[in-house]
Design a protein around this ligand. Structure first.
Ligand SMILES: [Zn+2]
Length: 405
Protein backbone atom coordinates (compact mmCIF):
# COMPACT_ATOMS: atom_id res chain seq x y z
CA UNK A 1 0.00 0.00 0.00
CA UNK A 2 1.39 3.38 -0.94
CA UNK A 3 -0.12 6.65 0.22
CA UNK A 4 0.56 9.91 -1.57
CA UNK A 5 -0.75 13.43 -1.20
CA UNK A 6 -0.61 15.91 -4.06
CA UNK A 7 -0.38 19.56 -3.07
CA UNK A 8 -2.01 21.84 -5.68
CA UNK A 9 -2.45 25.57 -5.95
CA UNK A 10 -4.78 25.16 -8.95
CA UNK A 11 -6.82 22.03 -9.63
CA UNK A 12 -9.44 21.65 -12.36
CA UNK A 13 -12.68 20.32 -10.91
CA UNK A 14 -14.36 18.83 -13.99
CA UNK A 15 -17.57 17.93 -12.15
CA UNK A 16 -18.33 21.61 -11.57
CA UNK A 17 -16.24 23.07 -14.40
CA UNK A 18 -14.25 25.27 -12.06
CA UNK A 19 -10.71 25.67 -10.76
CA UNK A 20 -10.19 24.95 -7.06
CA UNK A 21 -7.34 26.74 -5.32
CA UNK A 22 -5.03 25.46 -2.59
CA UNK A 23 -6.28 21.91 -2.29
CA UNK A 24 -4.69 18.55 -1.57
CA UNK A 25 -5.48 15.27 -3.27
CA UNK A 26 -5.03 12.26 -1.02
CA UNK A 27 -4.29 9.05 -2.90
CA UNK A 28 -4.45 5.66 -1.26
CA UNK A 29 -2.83 3.02 -3.44
CA UNK A 30 -4.59 3.50 -6.81
CA UNK A 31 -7.71 5.30 -5.56
CA UNK A 32 -8.39 8.95 -4.76
CA UNK A 33 -9.25 9.10 -1.08
CA UNK A 34 -10.29 12.73 -0.71
CA UNK A 35 -9.77 16.29 -1.95
CA UNK A 36 -9.54 18.91 0.80
CA UNK A 37 -8.03 22.33 1.60
CA UNK A 38 -4.31 22.42 2.45
CA UNK A 39 -3.61 20.68 5.74
CA UNK A 40 -0.57 19.68 7.82
CA UNK A 41 -2.08 16.31 8.66
CA UNK A 42 -0.21 14.29 6.07
CA UNK A 43 1.59 11.78 8.26
CA UNK A 44 2.23 8.52 6.45
CA UNK A 45 1.75 10.17 3.05
CA UNK A 46 4.48 10.94 0.54
CA UNK A 47 4.04 14.59 -0.47
CA UNK A 48 4.08 15.52 -4.18
CA UNK A 49 4.32 19.28 -4.62
CA UNK A 50 2.56 20.49 -7.80
CA UNK A 51 1.90 24.03 -6.53
CA UNK A 52 3.66 25.57 -9.55
CA UNK A 53 1.53 23.62 -12.03
CA UNK A 54 -2.05 23.39 -13.27
CA UNK A 55 -3.51 20.07 -12.14
CA UNK A 56 -6.22 18.24 -14.07
CA UNK A 57 -7.82 14.81 -14.03
CA UNK A 58 -5.97 12.42 -16.35
CA UNK A 59 -7.08 13.47 -19.82
CA UNK A 60 -9.10 11.26 -22.16
CA UNK A 61 -8.63 11.25 -25.93
CA UNK A 62 -11.69 9.59 -27.49
CA UNK A 63 -10.24 9.23 -30.98
CA UNK A 64 -6.73 8.00 -31.76
CA UNK A 65 -5.11 5.59 -34.21
CA UNK A 66 -2.13 3.90 -32.60
CA UNK A 67 -0.71 2.28 -35.73
CA UNK A 68 0.22 5.56 -37.42
CA UNK A 69 2.03 8.68 -36.27
CA UNK A 70 1.69 11.69 -38.51
CA UNK A 71 3.16 10.19 -41.66
CA UNK A 72 2.34 12.41 -44.66
CA UNK A 73 0.69 9.49 -46.39
CA UNK A 74 -0.16 6.79 -43.84
CA UNK A 75 -1.45 4.35 -46.43
CA UNK A 76 1.90 4.45 -48.23
CA UNK A 77 3.92 2.45 -45.68
CA UNK A 78 4.25 -1.29 -45.42
CA UNK A 79 4.18 -2.74 -41.94
CA UNK A 80 3.48 -6.24 -40.72
CA UNK A 81 1.15 -6.82 -37.81
CA UNK A 82 4.20 -7.49 -35.64
CA UNK A 83 5.68 -4.14 -36.59
CA UNK A 84 2.40 -2.50 -35.71
CA UNK A 85 2.27 -4.14 -32.30
CA UNK A 86 5.53 -2.60 -31.06
CA UNK A 87 4.79 0.70 -32.76
CA UNK A 88 1.37 0.94 -31.13
CA UNK A 89 2.85 0.38 -27.69
CA UNK A 90 5.21 3.33 -28.19
CA UNK A 91 2.41 5.58 -29.45
CA UNK A 92 0.20 4.73 -26.47
CA UNK A 93 3.11 5.60 -24.18
CA UNK A 94 3.68 8.94 -25.97
CA UNK A 95 0.03 9.84 -25.37
CA UNK A 96 0.32 8.85 -21.71
CA UNK A 97 3.33 11.15 -21.26
CA UNK A 98 1.26 14.02 -22.69
CA UNK A 99 -1.25 13.59 -19.86
CA UNK A 100 -3.70 11.25 -21.59
CA UNK A 101 -4.31 8.45 -19.12
CA UNK A 102 -7.21 7.00 -21.13
CA UNK A 103 -7.49 6.55 -24.89
CA UNK A 104 -10.24 5.28 -27.10
CA UNK A 105 -8.48 3.77 -30.08
CA UNK A 106 -10.86 3.61 -33.04
CA UNK A 107 -9.40 1.68 -35.92
CA UNK A 108 -6.11 -0.13 -36.37
CA UNK A 109 -5.19 -3.24 -38.33
CA UNK A 110 -6.03 -6.62 -36.88
CA UNK A 111 -6.69 -6.87 -33.16
CA UNK A 112 -3.29 -5.74 -31.88
CA UNK A 113 -5.14 -3.05 -29.93
CA UNK A 114 -6.96 -5.72 -27.91
CA UNK A 115 -3.66 -7.42 -27.05
CA UNK A 116 -2.09 -4.06 -26.14
CA UNK A 117 -5.01 -3.14 -23.86
CA UNK A 118 -4.81 -6.51 -22.13
CA UNK A 119 -1.03 -6.37 -21.63
CA UNK A 120 -1.35 -2.89 -20.09
CA UNK A 121 -4.21 -4.02 -17.86
CA UNK A 122 -2.15 -6.98 -16.68
CA UNK A 123 0.65 -4.57 -15.76
CA UNK A 124 3.12 -6.16 -18.18
CA UNK A 125 3.83 -2.93 -20.04
CA UNK A 126 3.35 0.77 -19.31
CA UNK A 127 0.48 2.51 -21.04
CA UNK A 128 -2.78 4.39 -20.65
CA UNK A 129 -6.15 2.77 -20.09
CA UNK A 130 -7.39 1.69 -23.51
CA UNK A 131 -10.76 1.16 -25.08
CA UNK A 132 -10.29 -0.39 -28.50
CA UNK A 133 -12.28 -1.07 -31.65
CA UNK A 134 -10.17 -3.47 -33.67
CA UNK A 135 -10.59 -2.95 -37.43
CA UNK A 136 -13.32 -0.52 -38.48
CA UNK A 137 -16.53 -1.89 -39.89
CA UNK A 138 -17.00 -0.68 -43.44
CA UNK A 139 -18.54 -1.44 -46.79
CA UNK A 140 -17.01 -2.57 -50.08
CA UNK A 141 -15.24 0.38 -51.67
CA UNK A 142 -15.87 2.50 -48.57
CA UNK A 143 -13.58 4.47 -46.26
CA UNK A 144 -12.34 1.41 -44.33
CA UNK A 145 -11.79 -0.72 -47.43
CA UNK A 146 -7.96 -0.57 -47.42
CA UNK A 147 -8.13 2.98 -48.66
CA UNK A 148 -10.02 2.00 -51.77
CA UNK A 149 -7.14 0.03 -53.20
CA UNK A 150 -8.72 -2.75 -55.30
CA UNK A 151 -5.48 -4.74 -55.23
CA UNK A 152 -5.46 -5.25 -51.49
CA UNK A 153 -7.65 -8.00 -50.12
CA UNK A 154 -7.08 -9.02 -46.56
CA UNK A 155 -8.84 -10.69 -43.71
CA UNK A 156 -9.96 -8.48 -40.80
CA UNK A 157 -7.23 -10.18 -38.78
CA UNK A 158 -4.69 -8.17 -40.79
CA UNK A 159 -6.54 -5.25 -42.42
CA UNK A 160 -7.57 -1.94 -40.95
CA UNK A 161 -11.15 -2.58 -42.08
CA UNK A 162 -13.63 -5.38 -41.55
CA UNK A 163 -15.67 -5.13 -44.74
CA UNK A 164 -19.23 -6.39 -45.09
CA UNK A 165 -22.30 -5.59 -47.17
CA UNK A 166 -25.93 -5.92 -46.14
CA UNK A 167 -27.38 -5.98 -42.61
CA UNK A 168 -26.88 -9.72 -42.05
CA UNK A 169 -23.23 -9.64 -43.09
CA UNK A 170 -22.71 -6.49 -41.03
CA UNK A 171 -24.28 -8.13 -37.99
CA UNK A 172 -21.81 -10.99 -38.38
CA UNK A 173 -18.88 -8.61 -38.87
CA UNK A 174 -19.84 -6.71 -35.70
CA UNK A 175 -20.10 -9.96 -33.76
CA UNK A 176 -16.71 -10.99 -35.15
CA UNK A 177 -15.16 -7.85 -33.66
CA UNK A 178 -16.94 -8.42 -30.34
CA UNK A 179 -15.67 -12.01 -30.32
CA UNK A 180 -12.13 -10.64 -30.51
CA UNK A 181 -12.68 -8.52 -27.42
CA UNK A 182 -13.35 -4.96 -28.58
CA UNK A 183 -14.89 -2.27 -26.36
CA UNK A 184 -16.28 -0.19 -29.19
CA UNK A 185 -17.67 -0.89 -32.64
CA UNK A 186 -16.41 1.76 -35.05
CA UNK A 187 -18.10 2.06 -38.41
CA UNK A 188 -17.67 4.20 -41.48
CA UNK A 189 -20.99 5.77 -42.43
CA UNK A 190 -19.56 8.21 -44.99
CA UNK A 191 -16.50 8.81 -47.12
CA UNK A 192 -13.36 10.21 -45.61
CA UNK A 193 -10.56 12.67 -46.16
CA UNK A 194 -7.81 10.08 -46.28
CA UNK A 195 -9.35 7.47 -48.56
CA UNK A 196 -8.62 8.05 -52.21
CA UNK A 197 -11.60 8.08 -54.50
CA UNK A 198 -14.35 8.28 -51.93
CA UNK A 199 -16.47 11.43 -51.87
CA UNK A 200 -15.98 12.82 -48.41
CA UNK A 201 -19.62 13.61 -47.68
CA UNK A 202 -21.24 10.62 -49.38
CA UNK A 203 -23.11 8.06 -47.33
CA UNK A 204 -21.48 4.62 -47.59
CA UNK A 205 -23.55 2.44 -45.30
CA UNK A 206 -27.30 1.91 -45.25
CA UNK A 207 -29.43 2.64 -42.20
CA UNK A 208 -30.13 -1.10 -41.89
CA UNK A 209 -26.40 -1.90 -41.82
CA UNK A 210 -25.77 0.75 -39.18
CA UNK A 211 -28.73 -0.46 -37.14
CA UNK A 212 -27.36 -4.02 -37.26
CA UNK A 213 -24.09 -2.79 -35.72
CA UNK A 214 -25.83 -0.75 -33.04
CA UNK A 215 -28.05 -3.72 -32.21
CA UNK A 216 -24.99 -5.91 -31.63
CA UNK A 217 -23.48 -3.18 -29.46
CA UNK A 218 -26.63 -2.93 -27.37
CA UNK A 219 -26.78 -6.71 -26.90
CA UNK A 220 -23.14 -7.07 -25.88
CA UNK A 221 -22.90 -3.87 -23.85
CA UNK A 222 -20.24 -2.16 -25.96
CA UNK A 223 -20.35 1.38 -27.35
CA UNK A 224 -20.35 2.56 -30.97
CA UNK A 225 -18.58 5.32 -32.87
CA UNK A 226 -19.13 6.39 -36.41
CA UNK A 227 -16.76 8.12 -38.75
CA UNK A 228 -19.13 10.57 -40.45
CA UNK A 229 -18.70 13.80 -42.35
CA UNK A 230 -21.76 14.07 -44.60
CA UNK A 231 -25.18 15.03 -43.39
CA UNK A 232 -27.16 11.96 -44.51
CA UNK A 233 -24.65 9.51 -43.09
CA UNK A 234 -24.67 11.35 -39.76
CA UNK A 235 -28.47 11.38 -39.60
CA UNK A 236 -28.80 7.66 -40.29
CA UNK A 237 -26.11 6.79 -37.74
CA UNK A 238 -27.74 8.94 -35.08
CA UNK A 239 -31.15 7.41 -35.75
CA UNK A 240 -29.57 3.94 -35.67
CA UNK A 241 -28.44 4.73 -32.11
CA UNK A 242 -24.71 5.42 -32.41
CA UNK A 243 -22.95 6.57 -29.21
CA UNK A 244 -20.74 9.19 -30.86
CA UNK A 245 -20.32 10.92 -34.19
CA UNK A 246 -16.63 11.37 -35.07
CA UNK A 247 -15.58 14.46 -37.06
CA UNK A 248 -19.20 15.42 -37.95
CA UNK A 249 -17.95 18.17 -40.18
CA UNK A 250 -21.03 18.66 -42.36
CA UNK A 251 -23.82 18.99 -39.78
CA UNK A 252 -27.20 20.52 -40.51
CA UNK A 253 -29.93 21.64 -38.11
CA UNK A 254 -31.73 18.30 -38.27
CA UNK A 255 -28.55 16.38 -37.36
CA UNK A 256 -27.99 18.68 -34.43
CA UNK A 257 -31.57 18.39 -33.22
CA UNK A 258 -31.50 14.58 -33.40
CA UNK A 259 -28.14 14.40 -31.63
CA UNK A 260 -29.31 16.70 -28.83
CA UNK A 261 -32.54 14.72 -28.42
CA UNK A 262 -30.80 11.35 -28.26
CA UNK A 263 -27.73 12.40 -26.27
CA UNK A 264 -25.36 11.48 -29.13
CA UNK A 265 -21.85 12.79 -28.51
CA UNK A 266 -19.89 14.80 -31.07
CA UNK A 267 -16.11 14.29 -31.25
CA UNK A 268 -14.98 17.18 -33.50
CA UNK A 269 -11.28 16.22 -34.13
CA UNK A 270 -10.51 19.70 -35.53
CA UNK A 271 -6.77 19.06 -35.48
CA UNK A 272 -6.97 16.25 -38.06
CA UNK A 273 -8.27 18.50 -40.85
CA UNK A 274 -6.29 21.54 -39.69
CA UNK A 275 -2.93 19.73 -39.83
CA UNK A 276 -3.58 18.44 -43.35
CA UNK A 277 -4.52 21.91 -44.59
CA UNK A 278 -1.72 23.81 -42.83
CA UNK A 279 1.01 21.36 -43.88
CA UNK A 280 -0.43 20.83 -47.37
CA UNK A 281 0.82 19.08 -50.47
CA UNK A 282 4.27 20.71 -50.08
CA UNK A 283 4.79 18.51 -47.03
CA UNK A 284 4.06 15.37 -49.01
CA UNK A 285 0.38 14.96 -48.18
CA UNK A 286 -1.54 13.69 -51.23
CA UNK A 287 -3.34 16.61 -52.89
CA UNK A 288 -6.73 14.84 -52.77
CA UNK A 289 -6.51 14.72 -48.95
CA UNK A 290 -5.71 18.44 -48.76
CA UNK A 291 -8.65 19.28 -51.03
CA UNK A 292 -11.05 17.13 -49.05
CA UNK A 293 -9.85 18.48 -45.69
CA UNK A 294 -10.53 22.03 -46.87
CA UNK A 295 -13.96 21.00 -47.99
CA UNK A 296 -14.91 19.61 -44.57
CA UNK A 297 -13.25 22.17 -42.30
CA UNK A 298 -15.03 25.10 -43.96
CA UNK A 299 -18.32 24.60 -42.16
CA UNK A 300 -16.99 22.91 -39.03
CA UNK A 301 -16.78 25.92 -36.69
CA UNK A 302 -20.32 26.90 -37.53
CA UNK A 303 -21.58 23.32 -37.00
CA UNK A 304 -19.77 22.88 -33.66
CA UNK A 305 -21.03 26.25 -32.41
CA UNK A 306 -24.63 25.40 -33.30
CA UNK A 307 -24.31 21.92 -31.77
CA UNK A 308 -23.06 23.37 -28.46
CA UNK A 309 -25.87 25.91 -28.41
CA UNK A 310 -28.41 23.12 -28.95
CA UNK A 311 -27.00 21.12 -26.02
CA UNK A 312 -25.12 18.42 -27.96
CA UNK A 313 -22.40 17.03 -25.74
CA UNK A 314 -18.88 17.37 -27.08
CA UNK A 315 -16.07 14.98 -26.20
CA UNK A 316 -12.38 15.50 -26.88
CA UNK A 317 -10.79 13.50 -29.68
CA UNK A 318 -7.90 14.18 -31.99
CA UNK A 319 -7.50 11.44 -34.61
CA UNK A 320 -3.83 11.35 -33.56
CA UNK A 321 -1.85 9.37 -36.08
CA UNK A 322 -3.22 11.18 -39.16
CA UNK A 323 -0.82 13.33 -41.28
CA UNK A 324 1.32 15.66 -39.11
CA UNK A 325 -0.98 14.89 -36.18
CA UNK A 326 1.52 13.27 -33.83
CA UNK A 327 0.94 11.18 -30.74
CA UNK A 328 1.82 13.11 -27.61
CA UNK A 329 1.25 16.45 -29.35
CA UNK A 330 -2.54 16.36 -29.37
CA UNK A 331 -2.85 19.01 -26.64
CA UNK A 332 -2.83 21.41 -29.60
CA UNK A 333 -6.50 20.50 -30.11
CA UNK A 334 -7.29 22.65 -27.03
CA UNK A 335 -5.92 25.67 -28.87
CA UNK A 336 -8.05 24.87 -31.92
CA UNK A 337 -11.09 24.47 -29.68
CA UNK A 338 -10.41 27.95 -28.34
CA UNK A 339 -10.29 29.22 -31.93
CA UNK A 340 -13.74 27.63 -32.30
CA UNK A 341 -14.86 29.88 -29.38
CA UNK A 342 -15.11 27.01 -26.91
CA UNK A 343 -14.22 28.39 -23.45
CA UNK A 344 -11.12 26.81 -21.90
CA UNK A 345 -12.83 25.15 -18.96
CA UNK A 346 -15.50 23.73 -21.26
CA UNK A 347 -12.76 22.30 -23.49
CA UNK A 348 -11.14 20.70 -20.43
CA UNK A 349 -14.53 19.26 -19.47
CA UNK A 350 -14.76 17.70 -22.96
CA UNK A 351 -11.46 15.91 -22.30
CA UNK A 352 -12.43 14.71 -18.82
CA UNK A 353 -16.03 14.48 -17.58
CA UNK A 354 -17.75 14.42 -20.99
CA UNK A 355 -15.27 11.95 -22.40
CA UNK A 356 -15.73 9.66 -19.39
CA UNK A 357 -19.48 9.70 -20.01
CA UNK A 358 -19.01 8.90 -23.68
CA UNK A 359 -16.88 5.86 -22.84
CA UNK A 360 -19.21 4.98 -19.94
CA UNK A 361 -16.44 5.06 -17.36
CA UNK A 362 -17.73 8.07 -15.43
CA UNK A 363 -17.76 6.04 -12.21
CA UNK A 364 -14.00 5.46 -12.35
CA UNK A 365 -12.30 8.23 -14.38
CA UNK A 366 -12.90 11.77 -15.68
CA UNK A 367 -12.68 13.75 -12.46
CA UNK A 368 -10.59 14.08 -9.32
CA UNK A 369 -13.20 12.68 -6.97
CA UNK A 370 -13.00 10.39 -3.93
CA UNK A 371 -13.40 6.76 -4.96
CA UNK A 372 -12.17 7.14 -8.55
CA UNK A 373 -8.89 5.85 -9.97
CA UNK A 374 -5.96 8.15 -9.22
CA UNK A 375 -5.44 9.37 -12.80
CA UNK A 376 -3.96 12.87 -12.57
CA UNK A 377 -1.99 15.15 -14.90
CA UNK A 378 -0.35 18.55 -14.43
CA UNK A 379 0.71 21.20 -16.90
CA UNK A 380 3.24 24.01 -17.09
CA UNK A 381 1.04 27.11 -16.88
CA UNK A 382 -2.60 28.08 -16.44
CA UNK A 383 -4.49 27.32 -19.69
CA UNK A 384 -6.95 30.12 -18.91
CA UNK A 385 -4.07 32.54 -19.49
CA UNK A 386 -2.13 30.53 -22.05
CA UNK A 387 -3.84 27.63 -23.80
CA UNK A 388 -0.52 26.27 -25.07
CA UNK A 389 0.11 25.12 -21.48
CA UNK A 390 -1.96 22.05 -22.41
CA UNK A 391 0.86 20.96 -24.72
CA UNK A 392 3.35 21.06 -21.83
CA UNK A 393 2.52 18.13 -19.60
CA UNK A 394 4.90 17.85 -16.66
CA UNK A 395 3.30 15.27 -14.42
CA UNK A 396 1.40 12.06 -15.05
CA UNK A 397 -0.08 9.66 -12.53
CA UNK A 398 -2.13 6.71 -13.69
CA UNK A 399 -3.79 4.35 -11.26
CA UNK A 400 -1.74 5.84 -8.43
CA UNK A 401 1.61 5.29 -10.15
CA UNK A 402 3.71 8.31 -11.17
CA UNK A 403 5.02 7.98 -14.76
CA UNK A 404 6.24 11.54 -15.24
CA UNK A 405 7.28 14.35 -12.92
ZN1 LIG B 1 -9.97 8.46 -37.22
Amino acid sequence: MSCKVIKCSKMFDSENQQVLENVMIFVNDNIIEKVCPWTDETEGYEIIDLTDKFVTPGLIDCHVHLSSNGEANPSGGQKTLGDHAFFMMRMAQADLMAGFTTLRSVGDPGFNDVALRNAIDRGEIVGPRLLVSGPCLGTTGGHADSHYNPYIEESPLAASGNIADGPDAMLKAARYNVKHGVDVLKFMSTGGVMSKGTTVGAQQMTFEEMRAICEVAEMYGVITATHAHGTNGIKCAVKAGVTSVEHGMILDDECIEEMAKRGTFLVPTIIAAERIIVMGAEAGIPQFMVDKAKQVLENHKNGVTKARAAGVKLAFGTDSGTPYNFHGKQGYEFQLMQEFDIPVLEALTCATKNASELIRRQDTVGSITAGKFADIAAFDGDPREDITAMTRCEFVMKNGVVYKG
